[in-house]
Design a protein around this ligand. Sequence first.
Ligand SMILES: Cc1ncc(COP(=O)(O)O)c(C=O)c1O
Length: 445
Amino acid sequence: MSIQQRYEARFARSARLAAEARNTFPGGVTHDGRAALPFPLFIERASGASKWDADGNRLIDYVCGHGALLLGHGHPAVVAAVQAQMERGTHYGGEHALALRWASLIQRLVPGAERVRFTASGTEATMLALRLARAATGRPKILRLEGHFHGWHDGIAPGADPDDPNAGLPPELLGQILVLPADLDRIAGSLRRRDDVAAVILEPTGAAYGAAPLPEGFLPALRALTAELGVLLICDEVVTGFRVSPGGAQARAGVVADLTCLAKILAGGLPGGAVAGREDLLRRLAIGPDGTPRERVRHQGTYNANPLAAAAGVAALELVASGVPGAEAAARGQELVAALNDVIRARAARGITAYGDGSIVHLFADPAAPLEPGQAPHGLPLAAVKRGGDPRTLAALRMALQLGGVDLMRGRSAFVSAAHGPADVEATAAALDDALALLASEGMI
Ligand SMILES: Cc1ncc(COP(=O)(O)O)c(C=O)c1O
């Protein structure tokens, strides 16, 4: 049986649900990133580091809520907080003290979080940060880095990937976004020539949560450059926030951005986001006693600081603040990198490598790529690096790993949580060994 035939047989109920979903959801999915060939798996429940699919198969989960679940699924403290809040009301349509506690945790952990405004998602957080930056500087343009992802809204969609479609985006908006590679000389050259750039926005460890890592020292150097030129720096810590360190990538690098975008771990697995940063910038959101001056930035949102999200967020951040869950997940992540590369070496699988930063681990697979196990794929086309290699090899590898009980984010990355244990690392390495054997049997590696 081929890998695909095994997949179709093992995940038969997911296949039926996917067929049904294609009549309801465009492309059969609810999120671009959940699409998979020949069909995605349907999940029924999750606990700790595991989830179970519609056919009853257990999978070690490395998607972990698209990176939101640093504590794993259903951490008892988070579940208890949400259940208790459920009884007390899910929406007050008014201010509440829990939001204040939530924001004070952000202020304690995230550098430069003088003020905080909650949003309902990471996409909304970057929307708001860009609006604040333009309002504060009076300049129209935003400089973004090639391949870095900041949500799906019109204001930032262009340039997320070099070959991304732009359908539905107004052409005049495309002209407001400058896209450059992560090359400090080119960024400096552009910023020095122009006087119309409000802000530079980036993922502070590199595109796709570090799948394409930034050069060493890039973040502090970009901070120094933007400060020198009076251009705002927006750190999109939607993934890295509270994970890379309790204070995110900025705290680790000793950098303070002007504005920081947060989501995912922030809300403990429930929907939520925030912009945190300089008081003089966020002050523009405030409605003063004199009404609404024209330079004020408007911002509403039914689910801003939602009490359920606040309860989950407070419970999660109180645990994360100690640094212990993040350190445990990071240690396990690096054990995973080592174990996967041991398997790749033992199988002499050319062009396959595992690499990563703490609890964020990536696989790259392209038999034609000159890569040693453990080496990050530098110097290869960005789109291929973000995709994780050769599409045919990757699709087979993803299916083979799922057959072995391992589910990776987009089939090529692992968000390791504090709930993952040494047995999960061992089982994942064994699943990769079996998967590579299957790929070899099909002549793919
Ligand atoms: C770096 C980054 N910024 C922004 C977003 C958008 O966040 P959300 O999906 O909550 O809208 C994401 C989502 O994955 C992200 O990875």
